[in-house]
Design a protein around this ligand. Sequence first.
Ligand code: ZN
Length: 213
Amino acid sequence: MNAPVFPALTEPDAVQAVIALARWCGAKGWVPATAGNFSARIDLARAACTATGGDKGETSEANVIICDIEENLTGTPHPRLSAEGPLHLQLYKDDPSIGAVAHAHPVSAVVLSRRHLSQGKIVLEGWEMQKAIRGITTHESTIELPIFANDQDTRRLGLRVSEAMKDWSGPVFGYLIAGHGIYAWGKDLRETRRHLEAYAHLLDLTLEEERRA
Ligand SMILES: [Zn+2]
């Protein structure tokens, strides 16, 4: 586990980070038809998260809720917590160094996650863009992005992901849900955005290569 990055964000700054992340993904076309979810950590116990429903590309203060991490994972969930909220909150609980989480549905992530589910991962190697991931300094590296089967019970899915990620080797700042989309995170808004954009680009390249093979 990495070291915490506190002091984290004030409540208003966390809300603004969520809005910025959601609108940025909306502009990319990665959150069609109310898809996607975004969050930013406030402190060890709380995070700001997009509320359920709504076009995430139009997120404003009214669509961001403040969530108690433990209560929403094990107790009564916030009435406006998105169904995907527990997956964000489980990441914050497991790793105090995580400052922001983005979940989106880029086409290449949705398609490749389904094609490669039986392997449980997608392997990225030889691409210059791999260097955008923290800890990677050369294209001569291998990135393994985990893939999990989709599950509408997201508390259960979050625990399954949590268990599997404990044994994952190498730097990993994201995972795929088969036929669904991608989760990516980082120490703050900026790094989360960079990781998500890099993974999406690497998956675009991989999909393109597979189509031509
Ligand atoms: Zn989703």
